[in-house]
Ligand binder design. Structure first.
Ligand code: SAM
Ligand code: SF4
Length: 342
């Protein structure tokens, strides 16, 4: 139970609770946004909770809520509380752009959420506004403070590294010197930009991934080590796997001596970790996705609306059987990242 056809243990479910977002990050959405799915196509909280409860019996022990922006959907706090109570799953995390954490962090922790990944790609207010098309850096920084104040642990920051953006990675390294935050640098991934017929979209503006913008994590580490040493942080050294902060993901961690936090790198393209993949994804409109890079999806919404628990059990087993061995560096998907959840 909970093992796919390649012997990988699948114990992690990422649930996108909405396709809506209050930002328009350049690598994730086109400037005009993506047409939102009509409400009747989005899973209700009850449907998500039913799915999660059955998945828990199939071996899922960790859930991450994502989106779109999960904190824009009304009722998220009570959803977390019910997920904790009804599924028996103890580890419930969230991936958020952080802008609404000042409002929700404390209530989320009270409801049983412990872990947070906050997406933040630059520490410069002007660049942040440009990358997110109008977001305010101060809102996210307040969100990070709110996560710490509420006692979330670990607090991780996800930085998508894109060569043509001005990101000043050293500023993030400095942040790890000062507070117990885990900053993970993530390779820019070729998600979105493909039409239903499998060819490139006529307009891929906004999430048109190009090889030139991809920065391999080895390069990121070389730059950070050199700039960190020049700034007097000392030598960047690997953190043993067993000491990785709250680790159930693919990041490899490093630390400057005496730093309060760590630096992680996630290399889906340059060192892909498909052999250790432990996850399934449920989209906001109820599709079960076997791989971030694969448009092979199973319809979970229909059995959730008209089927029995046994039907949903069978669907999860089918997803495990269909999970591919690896993504084979596929470029582009029909869904954009905001419609999958990262
Ligand atoms: N709105 C939330 C947020 O931004 O954290 C959750 C959803 S967002 C789609 C999840 C993660 O995917 C974010 O960390 C975001 O930076 C990342 N992401 C989006 N597009 C990406 C891409 N093309 N390559 C790599 N990461 C991407
Ligand atoms: Fe919204 Fe997250 Fe996509 Fe940015 S990365 S547009 S915050 S869903």
């Amino acid at each position: 139970m909970g093992t796919d056809s390649f012997g990988r243990r699948i114990d992690y479910l990422r649930i996108s609770v909405t396709d809506r977002c209050n930002l328009r990050c350049v690598y994730c959405m086109p400037p005009e946004g993506v047409p939102w799915k009509p409400p009747e196509e989005i899973l209700s909280w009850e449907e998500i909770e039913r799915f999660a409860g059955i998945a828990a019996k199939e071996g899922i022990s960790k859930i991450r809520l994502t989106g779109g922006e999960p904190l824009v959907r009304l009722g998220i706090v009570d959803h977390v509380r019910r997920l904790r109570k009804t599924t028996g799953i103890e580890t419930i995390a969230i991936t958020t752009n952080g802008t609404l954490l000042p409002r929700y962090a404390e209530a989320l922790v009270d409801a049983g959420l412990t872990r947070v990944n906050i997406s933040l790609d630059t520490l410069d207010p002007g660049t942040y506004s440009a990358i997110t098309r109008g977001g305010k850096l101060a809102d996210v920084l307040k969100g990070i403070d709110a996560a710490f104040a509420a006692g979330m642990d670990p607090v991780k920051i996800n930085v998508v590294v894109v060569r043509s953006l001005e990101q000043n990675l050293l500023g993030f390294a400095r942040m790890t010197m000062e507070r117990p935050v885990h900053v993970r640098f993530i390779e820019y991934m070729p998600v979105g930009g493909v039409d239903l017929d499998g060819t490139a979209c006529a307009s891929t503006e906004g999430e048109g991934w190009t090889e030139d913008d991809h920065v391999p994590t080895d390069e990121i580490l070389t730059v950070l080590a050199a700039e960190g040493a020049a700034a007097g942080f000392g030598e960047l050294a690997p953190v043993p796997r067993d000491d990785a902060p709250g680790g159930w993901g693919p990041a490899r961690y490093y630390r400057f001596p005496d730093a309060a936090g760590t630096i992680g790198v996630i290399s889906p393209l340059s060192h892909h970790f498909c052999g250790e993949c432990n996850r399934l994804r449920l989209t906001a409109d109820g599709r079960l996705r076997t791989c971030l890079f694969s448009d092979d999806e199973l319809d979970a919404r229909t059995p959730l609306r008209t089927g029995t628990d046994a039907d949903i059990h069978d669907l999860i087993q089918l997803a495990l059987a269909r999970k591919p061995a690896s993504h084979n560096q596929k470029i582009g998907t029909i869904r954009r990242m905001s419609q999958i959840g990262g």
